[in-house]
Ligand binder design. Sequence first.
Ligand SMILES: Cc1cc2nc3c(=O)[nH]c(=O)nc-3n(C[C@H](O)[C@H](O)[C@H](O)COP(=O)(O)OP(=O)(O)OC[C@H]3O[C@@H](n4cnc5c(N)ncnc54)[C@H](O)[C@@H]3O)c2cc1C
Length: 130
Amino acid sequence: MGDAAGLALNMGITVRGMEFAMASGYMAAQTVKMAKKKKDFSASTLALYQTLLRDSFVLHDMETFRDSLEALEIPRMIGFYPQWVCRVLEEIFWIGEGPKKRTSSTVWKGVKEGLFNLAALKDLLMLRRI
Ligand SMILES: Cc1cc2nc3c(=O)[nH]c(=O)nc-3n(C[C@H](O)[C@H](O)[C@H](O)COP(=O)(O)OP(=O)(O)OC[C@H]3O[C@@H](n4cnc5c(N)ncnc54)[C@H](O)[C@@H]3O)c2cc1C
């Protein structure tokens, strides 16, 4: 159960594992309780644990987010994109000597400069899987 069973997930936005540990621990306890009641600790009785896990959010979420690590390993995710966001925000908040452009046109300029390219499109397609 928990981390020992590999039930941890880096979703990029957040790291998850505590709820998986609690839920899988609870299900393991339920299984042991049931096996004790039946006085049967055979593999088929203990397979209840697998069924409970499969029917719960635990394995559903592990399946839904199975590609998230691959997406997070794109080097641009920790390099280009954070810098790009900072650049656009800096331009939005910067008050210089000249007249200021509308926020929407600053954002649009940033999008055109940073995201209108093949690499960004490829990353976007990958991020859809997170
Ligand atoms: C940096 C970081 C940030 C995280 N942030 C989040 C978050 O925001 N939200 C979230 O849900 N999850 C987060 N997690 C994941 C979460 O902490 C784990 O998924 C969760 O604690 C797993 O619980 P566990 O009981 O399975 O294992 P653990 O919490 O690791 O507990 C295992 C325990 O067993 C003990 N132990 C090991 N070997 C032995 C032994 N031989 N004998 C006796 N005791 C032993 C260990 O000392 C430990 O106390 C984060 C993890 C990390 C590393």
